[in-house]
Design a protein around this ligand. Structure first.
Ligand SMILES: Cc1cc2nc3c(=O)[nH]c(=O)nc-3n(C[C@H](O)[C@H](O)[C@H](O)COP(=O)(O)O)c2cc1C
Length: 230
């Protein structure tokens, strides 16, 4: 399977979230060899969408000349897109959102009703694409934190697109936390294995992934410099 990782962390390879993404991909790879290309969004020249909508009227040609033409081709040539990014202001980081906005040429202006809502009719074939989101954040809580990005994710890619959201993510880059991050990353690898086998992660594994690595008060105390022992 051709997998394109869209790494939305401005920290590139040093990203906390990429620890989970690498673990997930290792799980997928253990089931069947995968062809993975990681695009560090921050390193590419991606202008903001101008909102002219001409791409939707002229067969998908964007008026901006930057890296998006090649990126769109690579997206369409992939089987799976893995969005790996940190939560920024309860949403995705701006460079990744800019990339997402620039996928507008994949649709044309015509709209159709699907259920109770409307969507644009495709002008490129991306029906084969599947989507995974791996998002970490710095607070210890998932509630009151990930709801916005999850809602956006489902509206963009449908209710069944896999979303793994993990608080306390800075611990992945703390060697002293390996005692708790190691077993957690094993779970993420298990999720990758299941996804490669069946296209979904079992409710049991998702339930385990929803348990914070350490209690919220302990995490907050460590961040605040008042305790140790993660
Ligand atoms: C500009 C900015 C906004 C952030 N907003 C949130 C937020 O809304 N909620 C949260 O829990 N953490 C937030 N964080 C913390 C990051 O999500 C966290 O540090 C994450 O582990 C960084 O992952 P990365 O190393 O993959 O970039 C924010 C960090 C930055 C720099």
């Amino acid at each position: 399977m051709k997998i394109m990782v869209l790494n939305g962390s401005p920290k590139g390879d040093r990203s906390d979230c990429m620890h989970m993404t690498r673990a997930f991909l290792a799980g997928m790879d253990s089931v069947a060899g995968q062809e993975v290309h990681t695009l560090h969004v921050i390193d590419r020249h991606i202008e903001y969408c101008k909102g002219c909508l001409s791409c939707m009227r002229n067969g998908g040609n964007c008026v901006i000349e930057d890296d998006m033409k090649d990126i769109l081709e690579e997206i369409l040539g992939s089987d799976l897109l893995v969005f790996s990014f940190p939560l920024y202001g309860f949403a995705m980081p701006a460079p990744l959102k800019a990339l997402l906005d620039r996928t507008l040429p994949l649709g044309k202006m015509d709209m159709r009703k699907v259920g109770e809502r409307y969507e644009h009719v495709e002008q490129a074939d991306f029906s084969h694409l599947r989507y995974v989101m791996i998002c970490g954040c710095g607070f210890p809580n998932a509630k009151g934190n990930f709801e916005g990005v999850l809602q956006q994710w489902r509206l963009m890619f449908g209710p069944d697109a896999l979303a793994i959201t993990v608080p306390e993510a800075p611990m992945f880059n703390a060697p002293e936390a390996a005692g708790v991050t190691g077993p957690f990353l094993e779970l993420v690898t298990q999720a990758g294995r299941e996804y490669a086998q069946s296209g979904a992660v079992t409710p049991e594994t998702m339930e385990k992934l929803s348990v914070p690595m350490i209690p919220d008060e302990t995490y907050a105390a460590i961040v605040n410099g008042g305790a140790s022992g993660a």
